[in-house]
Design a protein around this ligand. Structure first.
Ligand code: DC
Length: 226
């Protein structure tokens, strides 16, 4: 039996992490947040003073990056960058922008492809990102494209920022989300799109509980068919 993989793709703020984490916990699978891996690589390169579009600079530095994923008791995926826990630092709006720009580079995507595939070779996974069902795990057992309107996603993000005590306003968050959608969906390599064999789930009108229930139903149906 090969390990089972569930691929969840979708735009920023669609609720992928919340839902993927809940589903993974339920199934006893490893949850892999691939956006956090891009952010961690970005964090290192940014700290070295290199811009996200500087191909030569990024190529020079990328082999210095060692990313580890750890899963302690708190249920969160901890990101360890060259031995240091950077789980909180990578969550700023600046790192969202930086990671989105950096992820357009082939050198970065190639570097991370093996890291992601290796995890899916070793464990049953629920993996979320932008290109999991299309590029990273094209043979995933279940593929879900999770989405919601830009306005709903911006409202959810704003609530998250406020809960963490970070200041922002709706217009700024909406603008950032639209810019990120534009870049993630239109980049040349591995753009965000719904895989042909993915089930599309729009959560604009659903609560978190309803979305998780809908996702579980899709997964159960697909896994029972395998
Ligand atoms: O999911 P996130 O918002 O933490 O991801 C940050 C950025 O990383 C996102 O804007 C695009 C990039 N990314 C990617 O290109 N491919 C993935 N599989 C995951 C994230």
């Amino acid at each position: 039996m090969h390990p089972i993989s569930i691929a969840i793709d979708g735009p920023a703020g669609a609720g992928k992490s919340t839902m993927a984490r809940a589903v993974a916990k339920d199934l006893g699978y490893v949850y892999v947040d691939t956006g956090a891996i891009y952010r961690t690589v970005g964090y290192y390169i940014q700290m070295c003073g290199i811009g996200p579009r500087d191909v030569d600079g990024v190529t020079r530095l990328i082999d210095e990056v060692n990313v580890e994923l750890q899963y302690p008791e708190d249920g969160l995926q901890h990101m360890i960058l060259n031995g240091r826990d950077v789980t909180d630092e990578i969550r700023s709006p600046e790192m969202s922008e930086y990671a989105s720009k950096l992820s357009t580079l082939a050198v970065v995507r190639d570097f991370l492809l093996d890291v992601q595939r290796d995890l899916a070779r070793k464990h049953n996974v629920v993996m979320d990102g932008r290109d999991i069902g299309t590029v990273v795990l094209p043979k995933a057992d279940v593929k879900i494209y999770l989405t919601a309107s830009a306005e709903v996603r911006a409202r959810r993000r704003l609530a998250e920022f406020r809960a963490k005590g970070q200041k922002s306003d709706f217009e700024t968050v909406l603008r950032d989300i639209r810019q990120r959608d534009e870049r993630d969906m239109n980049r040349e390599i591995a753009p965000l799109k719904c895989a042909k064999d993915a089930v599309r789930l729009d959560t604009s009108e659903l609560t978190i509980e309803q979305s998780v229930a809908a996702m579980k139903e899709i997964i159960e149906k697909r896994l029972n068919r395998c």
